[in-house]
Write a new protein. Structure first.
Length: 155
């Protein structure tokens, strides 16, 4: 555990989240998956069904879910990992967000990301995102709202 040298400063909580979206057809039945690890080893898995939408909307939905959960968990340091090059480059400011359906999602994600003491996002290949991919596809397969599972680390 890292501590801040300032007297009375809040503890820093780091969360790493792998995010993914899936759409069968574009647009088509879609869902997102989020696989999160806290610095103490807890795991949070989330699968959410979105109905008919595009893959890019599903990717952003996974990102937004991860950011909201991290915020609610009290995280101050968030690392996002995604296999969507578009999502990552838009969040980094390398690509402009042009599609009208993505602009409000992007703006909301940027707004939430600014609330963390430290925020980072990076791209990985699909093989490096298998847990989030599994959850996104399960969301589409089951087409049944949002499911969250928590596994607490052994103390």
């Amino acid at each position: 555990m890292r501590t801040n040298s300032l007297h009375g400063a809040a503890r820093i909580l780091k969360i790493t989240a792998w995010v993914d979206g899936a759409s069968r057809g574009n647009p088509g039945p879609a869902g997102y998956g989020v696989f999160m690890k806290t610095e103490n080893g807890d795991i949070i898995e989330i699968a959410g069904y979105l109905g008919k939408t595009t893959n890019n909307v599903a990717e952003y939905s996974g990102l937004l879910e991860a950011l909201e959960v991290a915020k609610n968990e009290g995280a101050s340091d968030v690392e996002i990992i995604s296999d969507s090059e578009l999502l990552v480059k838009q969040m980094l400011g390398t690509y402009r967000v042009k599609h009208p359906n993505l602009i409000p999602l992007f703006e909301r994600a940027r707004s939430i990301a600014r609330q963390f003491r430290r925020f980072s996002i990076r791209h990985t290949l699909r093989a490096g995102n298998k847990d989030a991919d599994r959850l996104a596809n399960a969301a589409v397969d089951h087409a049944d709202g949002r499911i969250e599972t928590r596994i607490h680390a052994e103390s």
